[in-house]
Write a protein that binds this ligand. Structure first.
Ligand SMILES: [Zn+2]
Ligand SMILES: [Zn+2]
Length: 276
């Protein structure tokens, strides 16, 4: 299959990436991808609130320089897209930084993701999140959904809504699923707004849980389709060469079962349809 795309990946330019950007791009070429997008973390929302986050701050100039070079080097061989993952900030402190970066570097596309509440990442369950998650699931998930809804109105330009349902990966509840039946009003509002704004809903294949292969879940993707949503992108969220395009076949089979027929690849304001 030569029509595969993976537009959510991280290299060592991100604080938690394991492989160099050159290695990531070469891995995508070897795997025969049609589109390979790198979307480094721009965790300004963490950076502006906590001093400890200095090591999370990306060297923007080095990243865009490196990525644009590789994009040129691979022209005609592999479509390399130079993207960014912007971490949404629910109080707007980091907004000027995101706007300045966007203006200066003009990424080919932006993934807008919610990782945090109050500037702290759901991922770091050990300290912050466990305290947050002491509250009932209903409260915590409702708060997360409200932040995701607000993130859709953010002022910086973005194309893709990243890993909707992210907190499910880390929430320590016996039943951590984000169910349409439990949160229908909020989920419907988010999906409807994504459609209305002509944004792309990412299907992220990085999951800690074997039985649930994607974020958002199949149930949410079915609801999105039912409401008229057709634009989806594939993102492995790879942080090393091995995970580039991981689970693509399973994810695509699932999406086709639901009724989707193409992936949407964003590039400089355009939307490229790639048949599944
Ligand atoms: Zn993310
Ligand atoms: Zn990511």
């Amino acid at each position: 299959m030569n029509n595969r795309s993976d537009i959510h990946t991280h290299s060592a330019h991100s604080f938690d990436g394991k492989s160099s950007l050159a290695e990531m791009v070469e891995s995508a070429r070897k795997k025969g991808l049609l589109f390979y997008g790198v979307s480094e973390h721009f965790d300004y929302e963490v950076y502006v609130r906590t001093g400890e986050a200095k090591e999370r701050k990306i060297d923007e100039a080095a990243y865009f320089h490196d990525a644009r070079h590789l994009q040129d080097d691979y022209a005609g061989v592999l479509n390399v897209l130079v993207g960014a993952e912007f971490g949404y900030d629910d109080n707007g402190l980091s907004l000027p930084m995101y706007l300045a970066t966007y203006e200066k570097y003009r990424p080919d596309y932006v993934i807008n993701s919610v990782h945090c509440v109050d500037g702290e990442d759901y991922y770091f369950c050990s300290s912050f999140a466990l305290k947050k998650f002491e509250r009932p699931k209903q409260d915590v998930y409702s708060q997360y959904l409200a932040i995701v809804r607000a993130s859709l109105d953010v002022e910086y330009p973005y194309d893709v809504v990243g890993h909707f349902g992210y907190l499910c990966r880390y929430a320590p509840y016996p039943d951590r699923e984000l169910r349409v039946s439990e949160f229908q009003k909020q989920i419907d509002e988010i999906l409807t707004e994504i459609i209305r704004r002509d944004k792309i809903l990412e299907v992220n294949s990085k999951s800690k849980d074997e039985k649930e292969i994607t974020v958002p879940s199949r149930e949410i993707l079915e609801r999105y389709f039912e409401l008229g949503g057709r634009q989806v992108s594939f993102g492995s969220d790879a942080h090393n060469v091995d995970d580039v395009c991981a689970h693509f076949a399973e994810v695509t089979a699932m999406l086709k079962e639901i009724g989707f027929t193409y992936y949407t690849v964003p590039c400089r304001g355009e939307r490229i349809k790639v048949e599944m």
